[in-house]
Design a protein around this ligand. Sequence first.
Ligand SMILES: C[S@@+](CC[C@H](N)C(=O)[O-])C[C@H]1O[C@@H](n2cnc3c(N)ncnc32)[C@H](O)[C@@H]1O
Length: 271
Amino acid sequence: MPEPFSGPRGLLRYPIDNADLPMSDSPSSSPENAPEAGSASSTRPPRGIKSYVLRAGRMTVAQSRGLEEVWPRLGLSVADGRQSLEVLFGRRAPCVVEIGFGMGQSLIEQASTHPETDFIGIEVHAPGVGKLLDEADKRGLTNLRVYREDALEVLDKCLPEAGLTGLQLFFPDPWPKKKHHKRRIVQPAFVEQVRTRLAPGGYLHMATDWEAYAEHMVEVMEAAPGYRNTASAESAPYVSRPEFRPLTKFESRGEKLGHGVWDLIYAREDG
Ligand SMILES: C[S@@+](CC[C@H](N)C(=O)[O-])C[C@H]1O[C@@H](n2cnc3c(N)ncnc32)[C@H](O)[C@@H]1O
């Protein structure tokens, strides 16, 4: 298994590593209800367990402006129900979804450099959503829409069947502690849900700087029906960072420090 870069695992982007979260308050966290959650053999995401923690964060003026002034034009809600991409963007074009875009650098970059493609970002972190909206407005982007809700809800209730060219998941929270593995977004039920939203030949692109999470992703994907790993024989199961995944400032700093990054691209292979 090739290691793209060597060095310590992970970057300092995961302050929640040490969080002891109130999962015990949830009935689904009992051993009876969630015995296999987080393992490659589970088929359903444990109810009530989230892949994120909402944190109160200060909002800059630009971020607030994004949420208040730009949201009515570019924001989408689960309550709006299933979307027709053609109606949403007013054209027929390839559509790529990014889950957990954080502060949105890579999504903004892609939407700017690929005006021929439509993008939908999903993120629960309000400052990140505000920043993305503010930036999208300043750049005059018309090919970007945003949900500020749980991606699992959006996948289930809003994204059209077999409609997406691609779905991106860049540096999802790795939830390194074993007792938190059930919170990892990459689970068998999740990748199956994603598969149904991808057009035939559409791709699921994941990147992580956490080696153990990369291995978990491979395990889940290799067991998932209807996907083909696109890596070459030399680099399989990983691929080199494709040019269309912009290198964020954070990631390039990590690279210089010798941190590893693992990219995986699987294509939907059934009809
Ligand atoms: C570690 S950060 C990575 C952010 C960004 N992709 C980057 O590379 O800088 C993971 C992000 O995923 C978001 N996230 C986690 N689970 C999510 C979910 N179910 N729905 C929407 N966003 C989610 C978190 O709020 C967080 O901003």
